[in-house]
Design a protein around this ligand. Structure first.
Ligand code: SGN
Ligand code: CA
Length: 533
């Protein structure tokens, strides 16, 4: 794609606004559209107050909500493979996991950065581009003029003493600031020192609130004078759902000592200390004292988990507020598109769980708030069915840049203004990683506005069907009771999506994808020496 001048940018932005009756006299005043894409890690929509859940009323996110107040709250945005690296790879490429090649975090290799990604298109069209924070794709980011990404702890980064790699070369260890604060400061610094003759596209990506949920010390006392309510499905017994019954992500049975912030006994070797802290991952029983067990222990674990999680969210909300203030104070708010999302959803005790991966609603659905003055009206609520592969095409479309036909995702920009917009009637899902972590059976499926059909195919052959209107909590699998007509209709729809997305492999071929082991070579500091930058 050829570079274009900034005069052309102005034209493109004008046309992208599709604003009626513009005259050429107005042209010189119009500025090109900037983009700030904010993404947290594992931030559940239930923990954003704009989505209105019970817990978020007690732990509001006023700054994140500002994005929806000035733009749109999207209520039907879905992840195509609900784990970190795969979701990020799909967002960058606009393609499903089996097409972009990054479909597992564990033994799934590194991201092929030579592929076409949406940041590359912004960069090729004269934007200054940057990614700061969590990346988790192994290889050095491509398509960015500046990158500063977390590299320690297998690319996850840590909350304290995180290590960042700058432009694939220099590694720095953050000695004082919490990871959220370091990323917040770095983004504002990057904005302040950017080349102001160009428009910018910034990816602002937090580690928080990912496991092991370690908040900044300034939030340690938050929520200490009350308890959060447990979700309706907290004591789910997984009746009628074989795959769910085999999980290893229960609050009661799989949170470990590290998650609960216990301190390992002194005198242990580093290895033994790590083992001591990881105790509980595999269902081993432990209790912080002699009196807590049974239901009381489960309740105690939940409160510790949810409070630390929401304290981490509090830091993210503050950091988002700082960015929004910066844009407003520097005259950038009117021509900057802002997105807030998470790489996937997360369980906050629903079905008794933490973590993600399942096609059940809490981990499948992504929070998505978007603001673009002049195009999206304030306080819009959208129920359009969207997939994460649509993000890149949409951002390009807003900026007036061409979306390559090789991207499987589609822009939903025109859904905000065009009353005749024809959106999707179903979204597609496919998850592969097994058994690590958390023993979630590989599965694929579709969701329409009324039904969800899922197939768990790896070491079982189980179908699940939910009537989402009657059973939004997905507790009642009606696959065996549903009419043949309904099952046939949904399976036909599923098959046609698999063909459309070129994911119509045989079950045996799909199993091979899960079993394939591709070593990863993260850009961790000690490995960098051996790698070419
Ligand atoms: C770590 C976590 C898992 C989590 C994965 C994937 N364990 O391995 O609980 O599912 O990350 O998360 S931990 O003990 O190391 O925290 S993802 O966001 O990268 O997909
Ligand atoms: Ca994640």
């Amino acid at each position: 794609m050829k570079k274009i001048t900034f005069f052309i940018f102005s034209l493109l932005f004008l046309s992208s606004c599709s604003s009626e009756n513009k005259t050429s006299l107005e042209l010189p005043e119009k500025k090109p559209l900037n983009v700030v894409y904010i993404m947290a890690d594992d931030h559940a929509y239930q923990a954003i107050s704009a989505y209105g859940s019970k817990i978020s009323e007690l732990a509001p996110t006023p700054n994140i909500d500002r994005i929806a107040d000035g733009g749109a709250l999207m209520d039907a945005v879905y992840c195509t493979n609900s784990i970190c690296g795969p979701s990020r790879a799909s967002i960058l490429t606009g393609n499903l996991s089996h097409v972009n090649g990054f479909y597992k975090n564990v033994d799934g290799g590194d991201f092929d950065g030579s592929q076409l990604t949406f940041p590359k298109i912004f960069q090729q069209n004269g934007y200054e581009t940057a990614v700061i924070g969590k990346w988790h794709l192994g290889t050095t980011p491509t398509g960015f003029d500046y990158s500063k990404v977390l590299v320690n702890w297998g690319g996850q980064g840590t909350y304290f003493h995180p290590q960042f790699c700058i432009n694939g070369k220099d590694t720095v260890t953050e000695k004082t600031r919490h990871s959220t604060k370091a990323i917040e400061d770095d983004c504002v610094n990057w904005l302040s020192s950017r080349d102001t003759s160009k428009p910018f596209m910034l990816m602002y990506q937090f580690k928080a609130p990912h496991r092991d949920w370690r908040p900044d010390s300034i939030y340690h006392e938050l929520f200490s004078d009350f308890d959060f309510p447990e979700p309706e499905t907290f004591n789910d017994n997984y009746f009628g759902r074989l795959a769910a019954s085999e999980n290893m992500m229960e609050i009661e049975n799989h949170l470990n000592r590290r998650d609960m912030k216990l301190i390992a006994p002194s005198g242990l070797s580093r290895r033994d200390s790590m083992r001591w802290l990881a105790y509980g991952d595999k269902g081993q029983f432990w209790s912080p004292n002699d009196t807590l067990n049974g239901e009381a222990l489960k309740k105690w674990k939940y409160q510790k988990y949810i409070k630390d999680y929401l304290r981490c969210v509090k830091g993210v909300d503050r950091a988002v507020g700082r960015l929004l203030d910066y844009l407003e104070e520097n005259g950038l708010a009117e021509n900057t598109l802002i997105v807030y999302t998470s790489d996937q959803g997360f369980y906050l005790g629903e079905h008794g769980w933490f973590d993600k991966r399942w096609m059940y609603e809490e981990s499948f659905k992504m929070p998505f708030l978007i603001k673009c003055p002049g195009i999206i009206d304030s306080n819009t609520v959208s129920n359009e069915l969207i997939m994460n592969i649509d993000f890149g095409p949409t951002l390009l479309d807003f900026a007036g840049l061409d979306v390559p036909s090789t991207m499987q995702g589609k822009s939903f920009k025109s859904s905000f203004k065009n009353e005749n917009y024809m959106g999707r009637d179903a979204v597609y899902y496919h998850y592969y990683e097994y058994p690590l972590w958390h023993k979630v059976q590989p599965h694929y499926g579709i969701k329409t506005s009324k039904y969800k059909l899922m197939h768990f195919y790896y070491s079982m052959d189980e179908w699940e069907l939910y009537d989402l209107e009657k059973d939004p909590n997905e507790m009642n699998n009606i696959y065996k009771d549903a009419s043949e007509e309904l099952i046939t209709k949904l399976k036909t729809q599923l098959k046609s999506l698999q063909i459309e997305y070129k994911d119509d492999f045989s079950i045996e071929e799909m199993k091979v994808m899960t079993d394939t082991v591709i070593q990863r070579a993260y850009n961790e500091p000690n490995k960098l020496k051996n790698k070419k930058s």
